[in-house]
Design a binder for this molecule. Structure first.
Ligand code: ZN
Ligand code: FE
Ligand code: FE
Length: 237
């Protein structure tokens, strides 16, 4: 591999990673505001402070390469945050929303862990000792943040969400409760989502059935066929 190309790729990914932290500096306060559980809010707020320091440390590395800190925006993080906010605003019960926010926050941490892990390895391969040290240090912080969220999910927040599930018992309208429960979980504005499933349980069942059939068929036709196809594809290229 061409070392100059590799290093250029490394610096661009570092610029994208800086954009990840910057996006989180903006998004974490909005997420924390929606949280009910004090421990979860505190966890998000203290990770916000950590995130600002991470962004600043990345800025320092980037300045060393003489490149802009704002040249690239990480589109994957943009999408993760957009989904997180969409869900948080759809769920009306505070305990459930907290559980959803933990899920979103852990998705964020796992994404960061993946990127920091990769870039720390690249820095080592490129002989960039200081970068490697900084990236490993931040990687450890992201792992701690993730573990902290796992702990909160297990000991507190999700249990509260589960124990308040009985609050969603639908009033007796004569409709089967199995189709009503998920609707109560979701606010009026997003009825379209639950409606799609609610209106057509038969269609959903048919889709599931068809998928299972297709899967069984693929399994039956055996892996040789697919490996065979892959090989002939490779042979052409
Ligand atoms: Zn990227
Ligand atoms: Fe971070
Ligand atoms: Fe993080």
């Amino acid at each position: 591999m061409n070392v100059d190309d590799f290093k250029r790729m490394y610096v661009i990914e570092l610029q994208e990673l800086r954009s990840v932290e910057e996006q989180l500096v903006e998004a974490l306060p909005r997420m924390a505001e929606l949280v009910q559980h004090p421990q979860l809010r505190h966890a998000l707020e203290s990770h916000l402070e950590e995130t600002k320091r991470q962004r600043d440390r990345l800025d320092q590395l980037l300045r060393g390469y003489g490149v802009s800190t704002r040249e690239y925006e990480d589109g994957s993080m943009r999408a993760i945050i957009r989904e997180a906010e969409r869900w948080a605003n759809m769920v009306s019960h505070p305990d459930s929303r907290d559980a959803g926010i933990i899920a979103s926050a852990q998705r964020v941490e796992h994404y960061e862990i993946a990127v920091y892990g990769t870039l720390a390895t690249w820095a080592r391969q490129l002989g960039l000792r200081e970068d490697e040290r900084v990236l490993h240090a931040i990687l450890a912080e992201e792992k701690r943040a993730d573990e902290n969220l796992s702990r909160l999910a297990e000991i507190n927040v999700n249990r509260d969400a589960a124990s308040s599930a009985d609050l969603w018992q639908p009033e007796s309208t004569g409709e089967p409760p199995a189709y009503q429960a998920p609707m109560r979980y979701v606010r009026q504005g997003s009825r379209a989502v639950s409606h799609r499933i609610e209106d057509s349980p038969l269609v959903s069942m048919l889709i599931v059935g068809a998928a299972a059939y297709l899967f069984a068929h693929l399994m039956r036709s055996g892996p040789e066929r697919y490996y065979g196809r892959t090989q002939s594809y490779r042979a052409q290229h």
